[in-house]
Design a protein around this ligand. Sequence first.
Ligand SMILES: NC(=O)c1ccc[n+]([C@@H]2O[C@H](COP(=O)([O-])OP(=O)(O)OC[C@H]3O[C@@H](n4cnc5c(N)ncnc54)[C@H](O)[C@@H]3O)[C@@H](O)[C@H]2O)c1
Length: 378
Amino acid sequence: LQRVRVRLRARPSNYEIKVGASLLDQLGAQSRQSLDPRARSIALISNPKVFKLYGERARESLRREGFSVKHWLMPDGESHKSLGTLEGALEFLSRCRLERSDAVVALGGGVVGDLAGFAAAVYLRGIAFIQAPTTLLAQIDASVGGKTAVNTAAGKNLIGAFHQPRAVLIDTDTLQTLPRRELTAGWCEAVKQGAAGSRKLFDQTCAFLSSPSAVERASSSTRIERLIAAHCAFKAGIVAGDEQESLARLDHRSRRILNFGHTVAHALESVTNYRRFRHGEAVGQGMLVAGEISKRLGMLDASELELLREAVSSTGRLPRADDLDQAAIRAALTHDKKSIGGQLKWVLLERIGRAVIVDGREITERLLRASLRAGLRQ
Ligand SMILES: NC(=O)c1ccc[n+]([C@@H]2O[C@H](COP(=O)([O-])OP(=O)(O)OC[C@H]3O[C@@H](n4cnc5c(N)ncnc54)[C@H](O)[C@@H]3O)[C@@H](O)[C@H]2O)c1
């Protein structure tokens, strides 16, 4: 069992992340420990696929600790991380008659976690919630840091809130049922975290990915526990220093460095109508373009870029991106919601483990074209 302590400036928001095998059976005990002693009811939010696999165990564990448990299943998929689904979730919380001392538990991937977390953030102006993430991406990234959101027609995650969980319980056994593409997408985000902020984490991730057995990658070995815990600790460290992603921060420890690869990823997702790529897969492609830009600006050594390429390719096969209309990708880049005052900020690399934030005006159209061509080649 691995433990990671998340220390935020406001002391009551500190919480613990636990990573280990069979932890779902401890969901009840963990909730008892993390919640207000008066907590009686738990509203469990999941989706049909995840609930069928793990819902009964989660419910059982909560009931053993004396909680009254009601569950509600949102439809599966990113397109349901919407205001309409949020309304359904809030109606469910009202029907449960949750009180201020009660809690929401999110059981699922990042979609369930983001939506359930947002519902908990706004219901009664904020009630406790606990994350039980079941995808690799949610375990190393989405469940840590307190960002919650839903999408609108105008873009992803446009409506949301910062709302920290009371605890994050990561049962690594759940990865055994995760489809291969979801694992690849998660590994791409893992490579991103290391590349943007920690050479040690990058090396640890690459060493794990280079081990021959694909089965082992999804197993509940202590090696994966340690790796997931290292990723949580890394992300928690960044979040603790910049909880709300301050606009003023442009340094190499600002929360914004976690957007490495995301500028191009969002453009790729948008030009393919969110149908071709899992988000993490698009981040894999996006990191290669950002790496090319960094190299062409004279910031990143070619050998470091090669390491990044190898790391991305070790995550698995990514959907192709070299057949897409480059003009459409460039047009989509100009609509990036992370731009400030109309200007895109690129997260680039000085070396593996150290990101820099660069104003979009420093990247010429010619350099961008060349980097897209080179970065997106198969
Ligand atoms: N809050 C944050 O800081 C943050 C960070 C990164 C991403 N996100 C968000 O996370 C979302 C993506 O999350 P995701 O990649 O987990 O996708 P997801 O939640 O859609 O899960 C992917 C698929 O795997 C299924 N699934 C989940 N667990 C499973 C399991 N153990 N076995 C079998 N199938 C399982 C899901 O039902 C779904 O079909 C996006 O909406 C993104 O915006 C949030």
